[in-house]
Design a protein. Structure first.
Length: 403
């Protein structure tokens, strides 16, 4: 038995508000229960989803289109013969102009307007069923009703979910490190702790990255537990991480700080870090694939320095791409968005690593952003896009180095 969670919406003249739904996201379209058919009354779209998501519907003219935006849906499982509706000339799937949203576009051969858009969920499985019915109208009425909601563009954007799944062994591994946890709550503001907010953000980011089919994600913690800083690096090394991203939302006691900031290990800090690593770590846990047991500090330091010669610039290159991606998405950056420091979690020498402050809890606006699911989706899309862009550029640079 399905339980209705979205009241039937009459959409003949008024598009669905993009802020009307507040459900979760990251769903998959299911082939069983999904269809697009036509009859004498018009067209019916049935879309089965792995979970309920917010969605909006509107129409565009020249050419005539019905647009459905979802936060977010992977359409890859829909069969090639999905479209059996005569008035629908074609179906396109991609990204919405709003980061963190997916888009389904029906191109029409005749004017049809939405009559009913409804979603029901199964309380037992959490699966959702969306029904959209389109009924005939006059061309003038279609043109009058057409138009995207305020702030929403009509362009269909390519999305990373359309990228081919890599061959076995080619998956790029990212270690997400939600800062603080357990006995260390991090920054506190208005009853919220940095540790809990960042953990929730990291879990959502993990799903966004995994759904690209190109990124596998591990996490240094997936619950409210304390993980020592050296252990976080050890976990990344054990996972075979290609990239390490430490996530934070700190606060400052004096002055003002607002917007995202990306940090890498500074050259000065690297010298001290090399010595500290050689002294404090298990020698079998200094470099991935290299057991330094039995070596003295000087040899260990030389090997670590050699690893940093390659991975230091790679970390800085990713940090620069990440800052650009956040800026391009229209999210706030700190006045000095690139920084360097002696952060313990950045001291690993054998893989690139950055620390990302997504905002500062000492600023009320940043806290509101971090609690806003739409803002989080935009930031998560920016981070994911930056990872893929950097991975491709880094692979190309590696190929050139081998030549």
């Amino acid at each position: 038995m399905f339980r209705a969670v979205l009241i039937v919406l009459m959409l003949v003249c008024v598009p669905v508000s993009p802020h009307a739904q507040t459900l979760g996201a990251l769903a998959r379209a299911l082939p069983d229960g999904s269809s697009l058919t036509s009859n004498r009354r018009g067209v019916t779209l049935q879309l089965a989803l792995s979970q309920a998501v917010p969605f909006r519907v509107f129409t565009l003219d020249e050419p005539m289109r019905v647009v459905m935006d979802f936060r977010e849906v992977n359409f890859d499982a829909l069969p090639g013969n999905f479209n059996a509706a005569r008035p629908v000339d074609g179906i396109a799937m991609g990204g919405s102009s709003t980061p963190g949203w997916s888009r389904l576009v029906l191109t029409l051969t005749e004017p049809l307007l939405p009559e009913i858009a409804a979603m029901e969920t199964d309380p037992a499985t959490g699966e959702a069923a969306i029904t959209l019915t389109l009924v005939p109208t006059e061309p003038a009425s279609f043109a009058e009703a057409a138009g995207a909601p305020p702030g929403v563009g009509g362009t269909l954007l390519p999305v990373v979910t359309e990228a081919p799944v890599p061959a076995a062994g080619d998956t790029f591994i990212v270690m997400l490190d939600p800062g603080h946890g357990g006995i260390d709550p991090g920054a506190l503001r208005n009853g919220f702790s940095e540790a809990e907010l960042i953990l929730a953000f990291a879990r959502e980011l993990r799903e966004v990255m995994r759904r690209t089919g190109r990124i596998e994600v591990a996490m240094t913690r997936d619950s409210d537990v304390f993980v020592p800083l050296p252990t976080r690096v050890t976990l990344a090394r054990a996972a075979g991480a290609d990239l390490f991203i430490s996530l934070h939302a700190d606060a400052i006691a004096e002055g003002r700080a607002q917007g995202a900031t990306v940090y890498t290990l500074s050259d000065t800090a690297s010298d001290a870090a090399t010595a500290a690593l050689a002294e404090q770590h298990d020698r079998a846990d200094l470099l991935q694939g290299v057991d330094l047991s039995g070596t003295d500090d000087e040899i260990a330091s030389v090997l670590i320095d050699l690893a940093r010669v390659e991975n230091g610039p790679r970390s800085r290159a990713f940090a620069d791409i990440l800052v650009q991606a956040i800026d391009t998405t229209g999210l706030d950056l700190h006045a000095q968005p690139r920084g360097e420091g002696a952060f313990s979690v950045l001291k690993a020498a054998d893989f690139p690593a950055v620390l990302l402050e997504i905002g500062f809890l000492s600023e009320g606006g940043d806290l509101e952003n971090i609690r806003n699911p739409q803002w989080r989706a935009r930031m998560q899309a920016a981070i994911t896009g930056a990872v893929i862009a950097w991975a491709e550029a880094d692979a190309a640079a590696a190929a050139l180095r081998r030549q």
